[in-house]
Design a protein around this ligand. Structure first.
Ligand code: ADP
Ligand code: MG
Length: 729
């Protein structure tokens, strides 16, 4: 019988490249054509309704029933024109995926006919059965209802003939059960805290909003090979697989010519994404073979997050057409670089200023170093919380593995900015009234060039790197719903902005000029936050030691990292800025632990099953062949010759036995460890047991299986090998 591996390989060899042709259309002809964007709203809404929606977007004002009815009927008309038959509230529950429940527009009217029906009520609020979404204990089982409510700041869109309305998702009692609610609240908190600070510099600033440009890394693998690997199907990663003779050591994949099949997939993905208004801009190969990246132009963070969630969904969908599977897992292959989602983050004002752009004038420069000092101080004060925001089972395998930033949070600034901060440190503290001989402190701060020419100076090993006019948070995992690290970051900066304002105002009250008051706080922030700044190689062992000396946390695993999310200071931070209350934070903590436990549990099961059902029988089968062969040789050869030439084979037979024996013993021990872990009553203890008692078996078992892969006849090996998975036709 031909093994499924060979059937899969044959299928892959037969693939026809599927060229994508869109000869007659420019991107601008169809960009955003499937979104209910501002230009569509202008066309479909009365001026009054349009203004009301704009006010809701810009100022968070409530939309009244009359207007929502109008918007609903406009949406319905527009969507039906585009062929939509259903609508759904689209939200981000804490499972990590996106959720939708489709309802048809159609409504029977009783005389045997029907009309399409969609009103303000259905647009604004729905009550999906929430009982099957994780709630971390907030929702008792008898209260299964939850609410979804329209988020007018993110445009509705059409996917598969369904009008999708971005919504938040909260429990019956009002606690958030999703990623979007705390994100929206963090955006409002940052706005509230940052505007007064910006007004020190520019009275005309009325609104601040965070911006996000994500970069999404992923792997592509042929669908047939994927299906032939139960570990990939069930966990999104390989639990076994010996390294290929060639993988990434030649460094020939990064920015290399894109394989045709992959290129057509990307092109198709771009077309679909552009129709949905996702402004994809760049695409290229990544470091590992069959690894790729795409990135859009940056957007307001809530829209950017929705677009990233939508993109991940579209990737899977489009991949099907090209007989690919997209691997979003942070570490699908051992020994091969994993995938991340770099988050380029900044803040912008309503008058179009990027607050992290150094600017042209001395005044702009002053504002810039002020923003920088606030961010550094905030990150330093809450580094452990920021680390918690990127914790996941998959990301644990990537962080600190010499391919991605370590689990230690630090900030990189580059030569020019560092020099400026060092100068400020040396400048004398400003005195209250008359003490400064009237000279203006702003003019004495060294200027940071607006365009940092030395972009090569960029440090790719830093988890949080300043890249000229934004910070790049590089430690986020590729599967993450990036709302989580983003709302945490926004919250931290909101808190620091409000503390900054308090300190500056106190200085002003002491009789200092505004500039001097600001300068003194900036200077103290720069000094206080020095331990978080690191310009060297974050992958090095020296940094681990140095960071410990500086008192920075190094929480290597999710069970180690998550407690910082529910610490007293984190809860206080979220509560103070009305982002989440204690119950919500604790519920989220439980959900994340449960998620972690389940993922490790599933991986353990898959690994055990594969080892016992796929690998052992194959090894035994091959061993029997060797044994038969040795027996046959003994029959046909004289004793001296037999002794002379059979030693190698007999040794192989023995070696295989050792691996078989070890695999059996270790799988049984792992199952015992799992049973013990499952009996623990708290999720905290259970997660730790899975990390410390169960996971160590994965590597041991894998080692034996991977050794067998090299010994057993290639024809018999059941699982597609790394060289087949990674080097696509
Ligand atoms: P790379 O890091 O690959 O060299 P760039 O530095 O050009 O690429 O930009 C990376 C990402 O940063 C892009 O997605 C871009 O949209 C985003 N970006 C640029 N400016 C900002 C900003 N002010 N706020 C947020 N993201 C930004
Ligand atoms: Mg980048």
């Amino acid at each position: 019988m031909t093994s499924i591996r060979f059937i899969a390989l044959e299928k892959m060899m037969d693939r026809q490249e599927k060229e994508v042709h869109f000869p007659s259309l420019k991107v601008s002809d169809y960009f955003g054509s499937m979104t209910f964007n501002q230009s569509v709203m202008k066309e479909y809404l009365t001026e009054e309704a349009f203004d009301a929606v704009m006010k809701a977007i810009d100022k968070g004002e409530r939309i009244d029933r009359k207007v929502s009815d109008q918007v609903a009927s406009a949406m319905k008309a527009w969507a039906m024109n585009k062929g939509a038959t259903h609508y759904t509230h689209w939200f981000h529950p804490l499972t990590g995926a996106t959720a939708e429940k489709h309802d048809a527009f159609i409504n029977p009217v009783g005389d045997g006919t029907a009309i399409e029906h969609f009103q303000g009520g259905q647009l604004v609020q729905q009550e999906p059965d929430a009982s099957s979404f994780p709630s971390g204990g907030i929702r008792s089982t008898f209260e299964a209802r939850g609410y979804t409510a329209w988020d007018p700041t993110s445009p509705a869109f059409i996917l598969d003939k369904t009008l999708c309305i971005p919504t938040i998702f909260v429990s019956y009692t009002g606690e958030s059960l999703d990623y979007k609610t705390p994100l929206l609240k963090s955006i409002a908190a940052l706005d509230a805290a940052a505007v007064p600070v910006c007004q020190y510099f520019n009275r005309k600033v009325n609104k601040i909003y965070p911006t996000l440009g994500w970069e999404q890394e992923y792997f592509l693998v042929d669908e047939a090979l994927f299906v032939a690997r139960p570990d990939m199907v069930l966990t999104g990663k390989t639990v076994f697989g010996h390294a290929s003779a060639k993988d990434q050591q030649l460094e020939d994949h990064y920015f290399g010519t894109i394989n045709n099949r992959a290129k057509y997939f990307m092109h198709d993905l771009e077309i679909e994404s552009h129709k949905l208004g996702i402004p994809l801009k760049t695409r290229h190969n990544e470091v590992a073979p069959s690894q790729f990246e795409c990135a859009p132009v940056f957007e307001e963070v809530n829209v950017a997050v929705d677009h990233n969630q939508l993109l991940m969904h579209m990737m899977e969908k489009v991949a099907r057409r090209h007989h690919f599977k997209v691997l979003l897992h942070e570490k699908p292959y051992a020994g091969i670089n994993g995938s991340g989602k770099h988050n380029n983050w900044s803040m912008a004002t309503d008058n179009g200023i990027n607050l992290l752009s150094p600017g042209k004038t001395a005044e702009d420069n002053f504002r810039f170093v002020t923003m920088l000092s606030i961010i550094l101080k905030g990150i330093h004060s809450h580094e452990e919380l920021l680390r918690a925001s990127i914790a996941s089972e998959g990301n644990d395998l990537r962080l600190g593995a010499n391919e991605a930033p370590p689990a230690i949070i630090s900030a990189f600034l580059g030569k020019e900015v560092t020099a400026t901060l060092e100068e400020i440190e040396k400048m004398p503290v400003r005195k209250a009234m008359n003490g400064n001989n009237g000279h203006n402190v702003i003019k004495h701060i060294p200027k940071v060039p607006e365009i940092l020419l030395d972009n090569t100076d960029r440090n790719r090993t830093s988890p949080f790197a300043f890249t000229g006019n934004k910070f790049e948070f590089r430690a986020v995992g590729s599967t993450a719903n990036t709302a989580f690290p983003m709302f945490v970051l926004n919250a931290i900066i909101a808190e620091q902005m409000s503390l900054f304002k308090g300190a500056v105002d106190a200085n002003i009250e002491k009789g200092m000029s505004k500039e001097d008051a600001i300068f003194n706080v900036v200077k103290s922030y720069i000094i206080d936050s020095k331990p978080i700044r690191f310009e060297g190689n974050s992958y090095s062992d020296e940094w681990v030691k140095e960071a410990a000396k500086r008192g920075l946390s190094n929480n290597r695993s999710t069970p180690d990292a998550l407690p910082a999310f529910v610490s007293e200071s984190s809860v206080a931070l979220f509560e103070k800025h009305d982002i989440m209350n204690k119950t919500e934070v604790e519920a989220r903590y439980e959900i994340m632990l449960e998620n972690y436990i389940k993922k490790v549990q599933i991986e353990g099961r898959v690994l055990g099953d594969l080892a016992i059902n796929h690998i052992l029988p194959t090894a035994i089968h091959y061993q029997n062949r060797l044994v038969d062969n040795v027996k046959g040789l003994k029959e046909v050869l004289d004793e001296a010759t037999f002794k002379d030439i059979s030693a190698g084979q007999v040794a192989s037979v023995k070696e295989i036995s050792v691996h078989i024996q070890q695999i059996k013993v270790q799988v049984e021990a792992m199952i015992e460890a799992r049973k013990k872990a499952n009996n623990m009553d708290s999720n905290t203890a259970k997660a730790r047991a899975y990390r410390e008692e169960v996971m160590p078996f994965f590597e041991v078992i894998r080692m034996h299986v991977d050794k067998l892969e090299l010994m057993v006849d290639d024809e018999l090996w059941p699982l597609p090998k790394y060289r087949e998975l990674l080097f696509m036709k």
